[in-house]
Write a protein that binds this ligand. Structure first.
Ligand code: IPE
Ligand code: MG
Length: 235
């Protein structure tokens, strides 16, 4: 979710106004996913690096985060959304952690959409914590080093129990992953738009899905292997 600050700066408003507008766009995105029957949505709300922003901005973001939790969780629950958080939870204030945990507990049995909020999340930190978990298991004698394979790593990463992400969308015009789900994005289709996050609308999301539908996902195989010749456009 990128471009909140620039959205505000273009309007000669403080950056926090952009974050507030960005919170509205989150609802647009969730509504779209529910409408389309999308199974899982992970939003990169706050990176481990975002703590380094000016105190005033971090403080305002925390306030927005708490308000959103207070305001939205009940309605999300009513709509069948399972809410989860990934990232370094213990870096947040106790009151925020308590709300995060309460939201997860309240919505844990919902099945319509899994909404994952990445908060104080970093892809490298995710990989490092998986490595640490492997080391703990080896040290405890539960795991042999020679049994460490991709599956063993994957099982210890965030989102382990969800399908691999099919589509990555970045708003705001920059073409980078910025330490989002590094491991999980190995074969994800990447889609970028100049649209700033607060301006996100259903039409933009529809365009992303249409582009996605036209792509051929080969997972390292040949085109003929993944699509029988009779179904190929160029056949
Ligand atoms: C993304 O918008 C939201 C958060 C990181 C919380 P930015 O704040 O990065 O917006 P720009 O990139 O400055 O426009
Ligand atoms: Mg940015």
């Amino acid at each position: 979710m990128d471009g909140n600050g620039r959205w505000a700066e273009r309007r000669k408003r403080p950056r926090i106004i952009g974050h507030r507008a960005g919170a509205r766009a989150v609802n647009v995105c969730i509504d779209f996913c529910l409408e389309q029957g999308i199974e899982a949505l992970t939003l990169f709300a706050f990176s481990s690096e975002n703590w380094g922003r000016p105190d005033e901005e971090v403080g305002a973001l925390m306030k927005l985060f708490v308000n959103a939790l207070e305001r939205e969780v009940e309605e999300l629950h009513r709509r069948g959304v399972r809410v989860r958080f990934i990232g370094e939870r213990d870096r947040f204030q106790d009151a925020i952690v308590a709300r995060m945990t309460a939201a997860e507990t309240q919505t844990r049995a919902n099945t319509r959409l899994t909404l994952v909020i990445a908060a104080s999340y970093g892809g490298r930190q995710d990989i490092a914590q998986a490595a640490r978990a492997l080391a703990v298991d080896v040290a405890a004698g539960r795991l042999r080093p020679e049994d460490i394979d991709e599956g063993a790593v994957a099982a210890r990463m965030a989102l382990a129990d969800l399908p691999e992400p099919d589509l990555f969308i970045r708003t705001g015009g920059d073409h980078r992953v910025s330490n989002f789900l590094l491991w999980q994005l190995a074969y994800t289709e990447l889609w970028f738009t100049e649209t700033l996050w607060p301006e996100l609308d259903a039409a933009t999301l529809r365009r992303a899905l249409e582009d996605y539908a036209r792509r051929e996902r080969r997972f390292g195989l040949t085109g003929a292997q993944v699509t029988p010749p009779s179904n190929r456009n160029d056949a």
